[in-house]
Design a protein around this ligand. Structure first.
Ligand code: DX5
Ligand code: ZN
Length: 220
C-alpha cells in the first residue's frame, strides 16, 4: 500500500515534539526530514542536533531529504543522529556512485532525487543501486508551493521503467501534495507521498487519517 511521509519542515519548530505527538494513533510509519544548507537551495532548515533529539522521542522511520552540497561529507553524522534513509540530489554530488555506496556502507537506505529542470533520464544508470527515487514536484527549498503537473509524466515514466526492469525501487513524490490531488500521483504510480503544509497546517491527526483512508480506497 501507499505510505505517507509528512514533512516536518511545516511543523512549529518551537513545539516539534507536540506536532509529532499529534501524528500518533494513525497508520503513519515515517517522517520526511528536510535538511537544507542555504547553498544548494536558498533556505536553511536544521541539522543533526535536531534530528538526534527527535530520534530520542520517536521510533518513526526517518526519511531524510538532503538539499545540501556534497552530502558525502556528512553521511556518518546523519547515521549517528538516527536517520534511516538518506536521499541525495543528483546535482549536489561530484561522485554520485561513491556517495550512494557510502550511504549503504553506513547501514542506511539510499534515495536519489533531482531538481525539476534536470533531465530525469540521467537517473536511469543509478536505479539498480538505490532504494528510492524521489520525483520533486516543486523547486526544492520551501514548503507550501504549488504542485508541478509535469511531474505526473515523470512518475509514470519511472513506474514503467522500474516495473519493466523488475527493479526494487520505491517512487516518492515531494511538493504541493494535498488530499485533493494525491489521487493523481497514486494513479501515476507513486509509492510514498510527502506532504508538509497540508498535514501540519490543519488538524494533524485528522489529516493523516484522511490520507490513509484515500490510500486504502485506492488499494481496493
Ligand atoms: C521542499 C521540501 C518538501 C516540503 C514539502 O523543498 O523538500 O519536503 O516540505 O512541502 P509541501 O507539502 O508544503 O509542498
Ligand atoms: Zn523534501
Amino acid at each position: 500500500m501507499v505510505e505517507l511521509a509528512p514533512s516536518i519542515l511545516s511543523c512549529n519548530f518551537a513545539n516539534l515534539e507536540e506536532d509529532i505527538r499529534q501524528t500518533q494513533g494513525t497508520d503513519l510509519k515515517m517522517l520526511h526530514v528536510d535538511v537544507m544548507d542555504g547553498i544548494f537551495v536558498p533556505n536553511i532548515s536544521f541539522g543533526f542536533k535536531v534530528i538526534g533529539d527527535l530520534r530520542k522521542i520517536t521510533d518513526y522511520y526517518f526519511d531524510t531529504h538532503l538539499m545540501i552540497e556534497e552530502p558525502i561529507r556528512y553521511i556518518k553524522d546523519f547515521k549517528k543522529s538516527g536517520v534511516d534513509r538518506l536521499t541525495v540530489h543528483y546535482e549536489a554530488c561530484k561522485n554520485l556512485d561513491e556517495t550512494i555506496n557510502e550511504v549503504k556502507a553506513n547501514g542506511m537506505e539510499v534515495g536519489l532525487t533531482f531538481k525539476p529542470a534536470t533531465d530525469m533520464k540521467l537517473m536511469l544508470p543509478y536505479l539498480d543501486k538505490i532504494d528510492l527515487l524521489l520525483v520533486m514536484s516543486v523547486e526544492p527549498g520551501f514548503g507550501g508551493q504549488s504542485f508541478m503537473k509535469d511531474s505526473l509524466d515523470k512518475i509514470r515514466f519511472f513506474r514503467k521503467y522500474i516495473d519493466d526492469n523488475n527493479l526494487d525501487v520505491k517512487i516518492q513524490v515531494d511538493g504541493g501534495i494535498k488530499t485533493t490531488n494525491v489521487d493523481k500521483v497514486i494513479d501515476a504510480g507513486c509509492d510514498i507521498i510527502v506532504a508538509g503544509s497540508d498535514v501540519f497546517a490543519s488538524d494533524i491527526r485528522e489529516k493523516i487519517n484522511k490520507y490513509y483512508q484515500i490510500f486504502k480506497e485506492k488499494s481496493l
